[in-house]
Design a protein around this ligand. Structure first.
Ligand SMILES: [Zn+2]
Ligand SMILES: [Zn+2]
Length: 151
């Protein structure tokens, strides 16, 4: 599973939404809550969770809200190669991700140094580097057990 077992929804998501300067709407809050409950989910899964809260919500509205929330800094968008973009409410730190090659389960990996960028580029090419985004790829524990071929 991609989610920690006790994914806790921040009780003050509406407050965060309000202070971000975005208008608080039922669909926007539902999308934000869905991401908080299911970190690292793609838009399709977020849409499903938001619809369970609201009853109905168009796919376009989900994308619009994800875009607005991301633009306001309330959501972080990650794009592991070969898959759709995923979203999470853990923003503002330089954490990384480990992704399962088999089932795409994703987990957070804290920054090795706690300060961006946590890796020194071997050649900066003169750039002022402020972030290093690392994706660790591997096989998750559950895929490791299921991928053992039967004897
Ligand atoms: Zn897996
Ligand atoms: Zn994350």
């Amino acid at each position: 599973m991609a989610d920690p077992p006790t994914a806790r929804v921040d009780g003050d998501l509406a407050g965060r939404l309000r202070t971000s300067g975005l208008r608080v709407t039922a669909s926007r809050l539902a999308v934000l809550e869905a991401v908080a409950e299911h970190p690292h989910s793609d838009a399709e899964r977020i849409a499903g969770a938001a619809r369970r809260r609201l009853g109905s919500l168009s796919t376009q509205a989900v994308y619009n809200n994800l875009h607005a929330l991301n633009g306001a800094g309330l959501l972080r968008r990650i794009e592991p190669s070969g898959g759709p973009a995923r979203y999470e409410t853990r923003v503002g730190d330089n954490h990384h991700h480990v992704v399962c090659r088999t089932c795409a389960a994703t987990a957070d990996v804290d920054c090795a140094r706690n300060l961006a960028p946590c890796l020194d580029a071997s050649d900066t090419h003169g750039f002022a580097i402020d972030e290093a985004e690392v994706t660790y790829w591997g096989i998750c524990p559950s895929c490791q057990t299921t991928s053992i071929p039967p004897d």
